[in-house]
Design a protein around this ligand. Structure first.
Ligand code: CUA
Length: 330
């Protein structure tokens, strides 16, 4: 079968039309298998239905026909059983090769966690940075998606990379790909998972390794201020900060209206003189906010020891946006 393996490498013949633009290394193989099956089926469809019509015409009932038991044609029967079996085994072989390529990652693979839930995709990078609905991928590097679901069965599908895999609650599933074209691609959910299934989408951006590293260091850009040349006004930062406040679920422990909550209320938090467990006190400023997000246990406000705040790995830019937002809660 190894001989067949090298024989069935991606074909140099260009097919067009049926597939979206291919943007990953393994895609050529998948396309080859797809078109092989497609033309194989077309050919036999034509041969079988052609013969069917021909025989219907040739052996139609005529006057005076007598019914006879047809003779056994053992050799012919063996032929039409064994020959298709041979073709099916070849197709299985090339299909399985593609499957293995999309299932096993090399040592240098970048590992990205994928969490699916009704109805969004969350991605977590090795440095802990999380993003919802947006996936950044470096070109020319194998990527392994380690996927889990928080509720029902979803299915992770990037047509441009020719990868699709179910995301099942209670277990991890993996999919591996290596993008080879810079540009946008798309994540779809392809398992019906509820009323907003069709809206369970994410944008993929394949970028240069340099851009990817920068992104990992600086984090996502403020969606309200996309022009890097123009200054981003404070109210635009605060707007993003509010979105981050909700996305990161800060809202579940910190009230914004002064009511009692598991964590200190954020009504009027900016500049507040806060008494700490240690007996010291602190004025809430940029540094204190940053420290409290990155190391929540460093300075605990007096009376708030019974709930442990998780550590948040978010970028400086995001912390700045959150700070601007906290300033506006008066
Ligand atoms: Cu998730 Cu369909």
């Amino acid at each position: 079968m190894m001989v067949l393996g090298s024989f069935f490498e991606p074909s140099p013949i260009a097919f067009d039309g049926q597939m979206p633009e291919s943007m990953a290394v393994g895609a050529a193989h998948i396309d080859w298998v797809y078109y092989a099956i497609y033309y194989f089926s077309l050919f036999f469809q034509a041969v079988i239905t052609g013969l069917l019509f021909y025989f219907v015409w040739k052996y139609r009932r005529r006057k005076g026909d007598k019914l006879e038991t047809p003779p056994d044609l053992t050799r012919l029967e063996i032929l039409w059983t064994v020959l298709p079996l041979f073709f099916i085994v070849i197709l299985f072989h090339v299909g399985f090769k593609g499957y293995v390529k999309n299932a096993i990652a090399g040592d240098n693979a970048l590992e990205i966690r994928v969490r699916a839930k009704q109805w969004l995709w969350e991605f977590e990078y090795p440095n802990g940075m999380k993003e919802i609905g947006k996936l950044m991928i470096p070109v020319g590097r194998p990527v392994k998606m380690v996927m889990s679901s928080e509720d029902v069965i979803h299915s992770f599908y990037i047509p441009e990379f020719r990868v699709k895999k179910d995301v099942v609650p209670g277990m991890y599933s993996n999919v591996v790909f290596e993008a080879n074209v810079i540009g946008p691609a798309h994540v779809f959910c392809t398992e019906y998972c509820g009323t907003s299934h069709s809206g369970m989408l994410a944008d993929v951006k394949v970028v240069t390794p340099q851009d990817f590293d920068d992104y990992m260091k600086e984090g996502p850009k403020n969606p309200n201020c996309v022009d890097p040349a123009a200054p981003c006004p404070a109210e635009m930062k605060a707007k993003w900060g509010e979105a981050l406040f909700v996305q990161n679920a800060c809202v579940t422990c910190h009230s914004r209206d002064g009511s009692t909550s598991p964590g200190p209320t954020f009504k009027g938090v900016w500049g507040r003189h806060e008494a700490l467990m240690s007996g010291d006190a602190v004025d809430v400023d940029e540094n204190y906010i940053k420290e409290s997000i990155r190391k929540p246990q460093a300075k605990i406000v007096k009376g708030y020891t019974n709930v442990v705040m998780p550590t948040f790995t978010i970028s400086d830019r995001q912390i700045e946006a959150l700070t601007e937002y906290l300033k506006t809660i008066k």
